[in-house]
Write a protein that binds this ligand. Structure first.
Ligand code: NAD
Length: 279
């Protein structure tokens, strides 16, 4: 069974080792600044793991926190200050933001050359236009895992489930660039299994445990499970792993699949931002 598993920890380790070498060669300290608003426990955990990963590869890390009643103006001023600070390589606004804040407006204040999450309209446009851009971390991680597992994408039928800005939408452009045929399904899709049963590759990013079972997948297909669902005693993905594993050719586990790739690509994006700014 092990040969079926696409191991995100292993893939991530290789990328981080190469990145460490690259960072050593750079004649400047790289610095990531994360802005976190409010007291969301999950956000605190995510930001801590980002900080730890930065330290491991030699990127300076600073977390700036605001109370959850912070105004848009205060956030905008802080982001503008960071945009103009030559010591800051990358800026990340940890999502979600409180409801009174217009998330898109705030994200678009970030200079696109410092936009490590790739969520500014400029980076999204560049990606869709096949220009060099900062690619959202999880979507980039999915492509890394497909390449790491020697999965050819050309002419393959790929079904993405989930249309978020973070995962589903950027994957459309990334997969088209690899000459795959792409379908995208979402909460209003009728007869999901009609899509998935014909898919050579399924990428599932929904947040529903057991959404995909063996009757919905084609023999020898490849499954990338992006979903993270926290149940009482364990974490699982969107795909019923035990049910499908004997039918598919390759599959990512949860945890240990896409998860590690997201933080790794954040580190990759800090270096990309440095290169963007230098040129
Ligand atoms: P989201 O939560 O913004 O949206 C979920 C998407 O699923 C929507 O596009 C919706 O249309 C679709 N959907 C909902 N119910 C559906 C159904 N029954 N059938 C088909 N589609 C349906 O999306 P997100 O932020 O991309 O997160 C999705 C999942 O991926 C979550 O579990 C999240 O925790 C996980 N995630 C994991 C990582 C990682 O690093 N592994 C990163 C980002 C997100």
């Amino acid at each position: 069974m092990n040969e079926k598993i696409i191991n995100g920890k292993e893939c991530s380790k290789i990328i981080r080792q190469n990145l460490k070498e690259r960072i050593k060669e750079i004649d400047k300290n790289l610095k990531l600044v994360v802005i976190r608003v409010g007291n969301d426990e999950a956000s605190k955990i995510y930001v801590n793991s980002k900080g730890k990963a930065c330290t491991e590869v030699g990127i300076d890390f600073l977390e700036i926190t605001f109370r959850d009643d912070v105004s848009e103006e205060v956030l905008i001023d802080k982001i503008n200050e960071l945009n103009n600070d030559e010591e800051v390589t990358g800026i990340l606004v940890q999502l979600p933001l409180p409801n009174h804040i217009n998330t898109n407006k705030i994200l678009n204040i970030i200079d696109y050359k410092k936009d490590v999450d790739g969520l500014t309209t400029t980076n999204i446009g560049k990606l869709n236009n096949s220009e060099v851009s900062i690619i959202p971390c999880t979507a980039a991680g999915v492509i890394d895992l497909l390449k790491f597992s020697n999965t050819s994408l050309e002419s393959k039928n790929v079904v993405i489930i989930g249309r978020s800005n973070l995962v589903g939408k950027p994957l459309i452009s990334l997969l088209l660039k690899e000459n795959a045929s792409v379908s995208i399904c979402h909460s209003k899709t009728k007869n999901l299994s009609e899509y998935t049963k014909n898919a050579d590759i399924i990428i599932c990013a929904v947040g529903h445990p057991n959404l995909i079972n063996k009757d919905m997948v084609k023999e020898n297909s490849i499954i990338i499970d992006v979903g993270i669902n926290r149940l009482d005693d364990h974490i699982c993905g969107d795909v019923n792993f035990d049910d499908v594993v004997n039918k598919v050719a390759k599959i990512t586990p949860v945890p240990g699949g896409v998860g590690p790739m997201t933080v790794t690509n954040l580190l990759v994006n800090v270096v990309k931002c440095y290169e963007f700014q230098k040129n």
